[in-house]
Design a protein around this ligand. Structure first.
Ligand SMILES: *Cc1c(COP(=O)(O)O)cnc(C)c1O
Length: 433
């Protein structure tokens, strides 16, 4: 690993230029480094566990394109399969057998999913799943949890108002209050708040949507029994339970969080890993619900490039590799090594951190209190995280450029990568003192 002083002059120049033509110089806000300061890296290429920027710096990458790259960058088998696929044409707008293959693989991995519809992003997946839930139940209100992210569709860009469980208020200008007025927001892991909402609104609640392991306020684990209770509550009241497994699907286990916790949601949203690094999303679930999707049923939802052969091919290849290897055991081993190393370095240096982790997803929270929801997550010291981030970057380790994003280990990360990361962490913690 190259640990001399790094220069970012080329990235700085490219960022300048980018800002002239792209709002903030980026196509997704968190990439702009606003939360940590400094200049985003402009990336030239990725290989295995490594990112290489335009200045020629090399980094061990723990962002992995925000989750999709569970096998690392440019995995040779995935690259080979996609090369072959693109030579046959990149999109037809007609059915291909690839779509059936990937759909079958998803259904086999997650038995709660009997049928699936592919879309182009996680945002589309959750938006469409909620439309479907409303059509199926004839009800409108959706319960979501503060700090959970389900993409940027209007109705889900809702934050909690004052109080424990509230009507959603828009979390972005441009979202009419009317479009979040059917979104109810409760604190994560707070069963009492959810029960309160059901007491008041049960006949109108169409669904509870949740990240079964939260990944978008940093990693936050569900308390034992919480998901089971949601399953019970929804079943009792005729509402649907929607698991947003866009991150956790094929990440925390082959069968996703639902297999870890042994819960069968009515609908599941997927994305990220199932596209092997290409744009994708999917929603699927109970047959009687999915049969309402057009053209089989009346609920309209379509996509010009949906199910396109490149994303299908990369997804099939990725999931095949995951299935036939001991990927999850190895990811657990490496991630646990990393966790032990980082928490060890923290206690050695006396830095207060929390490190929630499930398999190969984790967050280093700079706080001494256990993180259970959005409120406790946002108690973390974001300024300290920003300093830590830059100390790590200078040592060739690329972590999420925000305290509130998950970090990911991939199959391409070696024990040496982990060791180097732990050593860098200890140095970084020292520099924070
Ligand atoms: C990333 C993500 C989404 C949105 O997916 P996009 O492909 O970025 O639209 C939705 N839900 C969860 C849990 C996510 O992590």
């Amino acid at each position: 690993m190259n640990s001399d002083m790094k220069h970012f002059s080329r990235s700085e120049q490219l960022f300048e230029e980018a800002q002239r033509y792209l709002p903030g110089g980026v196509n997704s806000p968190v990439r702009a480094f606003k939360a940590v300061g400094g200049t985003p890296l402009f990336i030239k290429r990725g290989q295995g566990s490594r990112l290489y920027d335009e200045d020629g710096n090399e980094f061990i990458d723990y962002v992995c394109s925000w989750g999709p790259l569970i096998l690392g960058h440019a995995q040779p088998r995935v690259v080979r399969a996609v090369k072959k696929a693109i030579e046959r044409g990149s999109s037809f707008g007609c059915p291909t057998k690839l779509e059936t293959t990937l759909a079958r693989m998803v259904c086999e991995a997650m038995p709660s999913i009997k049928m699936v519809r592919f879309v182009n992003s996680g945002t589309e997946a959750t938006m469409s799943a909620i439309r479907l839930a409303r059509a199926f139940t004839g009800r409108n209100k959706v319960v979501k949890f503060a700090g959970c992210y389900h993409g940027h569709s209007d109705g889900l860009l809702a934050k909690a108002g004052p109080g424990m469980a509230t009507l959603g208020i828009p979390s972005s200008p441009g979202v009419p209050a009317a479009l979040t007025s059917d979104t109810l927001v409760a604190p994560y892991n707070n069963l009492e708040a959810v029960e309160q909402l059901f007491k008041r609104f049960a006949p109108d609640i169409t669904a509870v949507i949740i990240e079964p392991i939260a990944g978008n306020m940093g990693v936050v684990l569900p308390k034992p029994g919480f998901l089971e209770h949601l399953r019970g509550l929804t079943r009792q009241s005729g509402a649907l339970l929607i698991f947003d497994e866009v991150i956790t699907g094929f990440r925390v286990a082959y069968g996703g969080a639902q297999s870890l916790y042994n819960i069968s949601p009515d609908l599941t949203c997927l994305g990220k890993i199932i596209g092997g690094g290409f744009p994708i999303g999917a929603y699927g679930g109970r047959r009687d619900i999915m049969e309402m999707v057009a053209p089989l049923g009346p609920v309209y939802q379509a996509g010009t490039l949906a199910g396109n052969p490149l994303a299908m091919t990369a997804g099939i290849e990725t999931i095949t590799i995951l299935k036939e290897s001991s990927a999850y055991e190895e990811l657990e081993k490496k991630s646990s090594l990393l966790e032990k190393g980082i928490t060890g370095a923290a206690s050695k240096t006396g830095i207060d951190i929390q490190l929630p982790r499930v398999g190969s997803m984790f967050t280093i929270f700079f706080t001494k209190d256990v993180v259970t929801d959005y409120e406790t997550a946002t108690k973390a010291d974001t300024k300290l995280y920003a300093k830590f981030f830059h100390h790590m970057l200078a040592q060739g380790v690329y972590l999420p450029p925000s305290q509130f994003e998950a970090a990911f280990v991939s199959s391409a990360h070696t024990d040496k990568d982990i060791q180097a990361t732990v050593e860098a962490t200890e140095k970084a913690f020292h520099s924070l003192l």
